[in-house]
Design a protein around this ligand. Sequence first.
Ligand SMILES: [Cu+2]
Length: 124
Amino acid sequence: MQRSLLTLLVLGSGAVALAGCGGSDSDSGGDTAQTAATAADGAVQVTMKGLAYNPKTVAVRPGQKITWVNDDDVLHDVVSTSGERIESELFSNGKSFSFTPTRAGTIAYVCTIHPGMEGTVEVR
Ligand SMILES: [Cu+2]
């Protein structure tokens, strides 16, 4: 009962916002993944959340560091299946792993304990 009322309120306010402002920037919060992808120093962050890498594909230059941060309550790792070798330990919530590719190419990687949890690093 409470939950469905909340859902209605959320959906309702979303519809009002959509109808009310013609295409202005969304300020709904809670979805910071896109803007957080590239830090000021050029490092790229991939968040591990909901048994997925976000963003799933990142494009970097050789020498540009990538940091994976585990935002799930289960362990994850980063192990490449093609391209340059990446092999992290399993790490827990709040922990991170960084890798800096040295040459151009495509790196496909997976989490070894979660089937379907896959990502790609495009190095150009
Ligand atoms: Cu995993």
